[in-house]
Ligand binder design. Sequence first.
Ligand code: HEM
Length: 223
Amino acid sequence: MNRVKSSIDKKQVVAATGLFLILFVVAHLAGNLFIYGGPEAFNGYARKLAGLRPGLYFVEAALLAVFLVHLDATARLVLENLRARPVGYRQGHSAAGGSFASRLMPWTGAAIVAFVIWHLRDLTFVDRAGPAGILPDGRGYGLFGVVYNSLGNPVHGVLYIAAMLAVGTHLSHGIQSFIQTFGLVGEHRLPAVRRVSNGLGILIALAYSSIPVYVQLSFGAFK
Ligand code: HEM
């Protein structure tokens, strides 16, 4: 009984922290879409965000803490499920016994962790006033230039799109899982929840992936 209760607690922790991360992913997407407005619009948005410091440091620290708690609770839940499962059970059943996206959760999750570490090194911890922000026309474009130099590289472009597919697939299960964990809708509405959740996952993956595609197509304008 205690084991069942502690699993439910962990599930709620995973779901609540997951919601916070989903909100970040959606807000981050909205900010990144300023890239379509060109260097002024994108750098203007980044400047406005930077203007929110030092309050922004608090949000970033909270985001990191939530991310780590999400990983920790997920890892504990997976281990608990593996221990509770009778020997041989896994041979005939999927890990979650659910959809393709739900079975991929550990893999898409691991891919997102790897992506975020690489992504921060790629775009955040760089000197945007230095060479990383200079485009082939010889001018410095700040953060806009940093993004273009990275996503304009075909290998980076493909890696970004692969990571965005992992994010979309993870969210397509994560959103419905959150709603189910907190019992926000009745059993009879679950098929509709699954459809909406899958649709949102696809939409987020497509909207994010459109950015590296657009950068690749428009990179020539800065030569
Ligand atoms: C095409 C897709 C993406 C682009 C172009 C992009 C762009 C950026 C840029 C330019 C920054 C630096 C912002 C700044 O320093 O002002 C950044 C930071 C960050 N990105 Fe992304 N991003 C993308 C996708 C993602 C995704 C899918 C995630 C999460 C799964 C993510 C997580 C983060 C995090 C955690 C930061 C650090 C935020 C902070 O320091 O406040 N990014 N991204």
